[in-house]
Design a protein around this ligand. Structure first.
Ligand code: ABU
Length: 470
């Protein structure tokens, strides 16, 4: 098994190996036997199953995989995940996870210090979407604690929350899951860089009040999913203070940049936020998954979510039961996401993470310059990216003489998924794409893999041209 895993890892880092061997689902179902047998299979077959599984898996750590926010595979963190799997424990009590619980306590405290909180509380959640949901639940609970026992009917009216039109869909999802309804998650317009416009936020807050609604929360994004935009926190915090609204900062993506003092200015005002989501499994390259949410106020998370299950969280245990974190969360079983993170932090030190962030931004700049040198082939959408997201259209030969404008953008939007399909069929490159608002499909290249070099960035530019020039 170790040999199979090491082979996959060697291929991941080997630039001459393909990122993926793409097959359509019906083809893949014919190639691999995924059936669940009545009779046991022998160990040779199980090892063959493992090999087959990895043969058709996308190598997300390959230096030419620029597709997601969480790219790359850090071998220290991976070793940590192996230890975690071996220990196979549940993170609800100190009783069964003493070292991991203390590790979680120390690491989250350190993250809160980096954010700039004095005290507070935090938790690791299964992904940024759930972290953001925790913030919504806590914000609502602080304003209307009876909602926990009496439900939505105890509220004095319809609650509304605000988030930028470029924010992650998880805010809408949290509105749906918490029973507020997606119509009560109001999208605030952004400027051309994808940053929330504070004046628009205030206008919408006032409008919702005059419509008889009750604003309770605003989410600012620090590193938006597509553009990598940073909302201006201080002006948003001013509005929140004026209208007594909870301020949440979704730094799931951009949070990694907090590790470098050089980029601290992007988060100016973050200490005024009531809560912050920050995913180390993104820019910090901790293995999936590792998402954190931090609260300025201590014990709110506990009061908001605790169910006092006596069979797990007995209050008369012979140790300090405040270390039993399981009653702060909305899940029971909780995966150990801390060890791989803690081990990586030990390996790099805070300075190592800072250097990593600076390197990602340097490579992003290198890519932007590479695209700007070829203006007839690449059309940048955000001229000066704030994070490591580089958004652009590829312009094939036949459109190069066409005047830039909405019609050309529409056609470029049509060829974008075709070019992505070619990348996947060839297996040499993967870059994500999406529309955004009125902009038709465009590519979003993410640099968040420590294995990427200038040579890989050059390859990306050349390979897109090779695959898409017609
Ligand atoms: N949770 C956002 C992940 C999206 C992405 O990797 O592109």
């Amino acid at each position: 098994m170790t040999e199979i895993l090491m082979d996959f890892l060697h291929k991941t880092f080997d630039r001459s190996s393909k990122i993926l061997d793409f097959h359509h689902p019906e083809q893949l179902l014919e190639i691999i036997d995924l059936s669940l047998p009545n009779q046991p299979k022998n160990i040779e077959q199980l090892l063959a199953d493992c090999r087959d599984t990895l043969t058709y898996q996308v190598k997300t750590g390959h230096p030419r995989f620029f597709n997601q926010l969480s790219n790359g595979v850090d071998v220290i963190s991976m070793a940590g995940e192996w230890l975690t799997a071996t220990a196979n424990t549940n993170m609800f009590t100190y009783e069964i996870s003493p070292v991991f619980i203390l590790m979680e306590h120390m690491t989250l405290k350190k993250m809160r210090e980096i954010i700039g909180y004095k005290g507070g509380d935090s938790i690791l959640a299964p992904g940024g979407t759930i972290s953001n949901l925790y913030a919504v639940l806590a914000a609502r609970y602080r304003k209307y604690p009876r909602v926990k026992s009496e439900g939505l009917q105890s509220l004095p009216g319809p609650l509304v929350m605000f988030t930028s039109e470029h924010s992650h869909f998880s805010m809408m999802s949290a509105a749906a899951a918490s029973g507020l309804g997606t119509d009560n998650c109001i999208s605030v317009p952004c400027n051309e860089k994808g940053q929330m416009i504070p004046a628009e936020l205030e206008r919408l807050v006032l409008k919702s009040i005059s419509d008889g609604k009750i604003p309770f929360m605003v989410t600012g994004t620090a590193g938006s999913t597509v553009f990598g935009a940073f909302d201006p926190i201080n002006p948003i915090a001013d509005i929140c203070e004026k209208h007594h609204l909870w301020l949440h900062i979704d730094a799931a993506w951009g949070g990694g940049l907090l590790m470098s003092e050089k980029f601290r200015y992007k988060f100016e005002g973050i200490t005024r936020a009531d809560s912050v989501t920050w995913n180390p499994h993104k820019m910090m390259n901790v293995l999936l998954q590792c998402s954190t949410v931090h609260f300025k106020q201590n014990s709110l998370l506990y009061h908001c979510n605790r169910m006092c299950a006596d069979y797990l969280f007995q209050q008369d245990k012979h140790y300090d039961v405040t270390y039993d974190t399981g009653d702060k969360v909305i899940q029971c079983g909780r995966h150990n996401d801390i060890f791989k993170f803690w081990l990586l932090w030990r390996a790099k030190g805070t300075e190592g993470f800072a250097k990593q962030m600076e390197r990602f931004i340097e490579l992003t700049q290198y890519l932007v310059e590479g695209l700007l040198k070829r203006p007839e082939r690449f059309q940048l959408i955000v001229a000066e990216p704030e994070c490591t997201n580089v958004c652009f259209w590829y312009v094939p030969t036949r459109f190069r003489t066409m005047a830039p404008g909405p019609e050309r953008d529409r056609l470029l939007g049509q060829i974008t998924p075709i070019l992505k399909g070619r990348m996947m069929s060839t297996g040499t490159l993967m870059v994500g794409y999406q529309p955004q608002g009125k902009l038709p499909n465009f590519f979003r290249c993410i640099i968040s893999n420590q294995a990427v070099t200038e040579e890989d960035v050059d390859f990306l530019v050349e390979e897109m041209d090779r695959l898409g020039h017609d």
